[in-house]
Design a protein around this ligand. Structure first.
Ligand SMILES: [Zn+2]
Length: 54
C-alpha cells in the first residue's frame, strides 16, 4: 500500500506531494521547513494534509 499525501507547508503555504511512508526527512522546497520525518512506519507529518492520493 503506497500512499502519497499532498502537504501544505504551514510556513509558506507551498503544496508538495510526499510519500506517506518516507524513509527520509522531507523539507519544503521553498522555505526548507521540515514537513515530514520517518518514524519507522508512517511518516510523522508537520504540515497540513491537504489531500490523500491512493
Ligand atoms: Zn514552506
Amino acid at each position: 500500500m503506497s500512499k502519497f499525501l499532498i502537504i501544505t507547508c504551514p510556513e509558506c503555504g507551498n503544496k508538495q506531494r510526499i510519500f506517506a511512508r518516507t524513509s527520509t526527512e522531507i523539507k519544503c522546497q521553498k522555505c526548507e521547513k521540515l514537513l515530514a520525518k520517518p518514524t519507522g512506519g508512517k511518516a510523522e507529518i508537520f504540515g497540513k494534509i491537504t489531500k490523500v492520493l491512493e
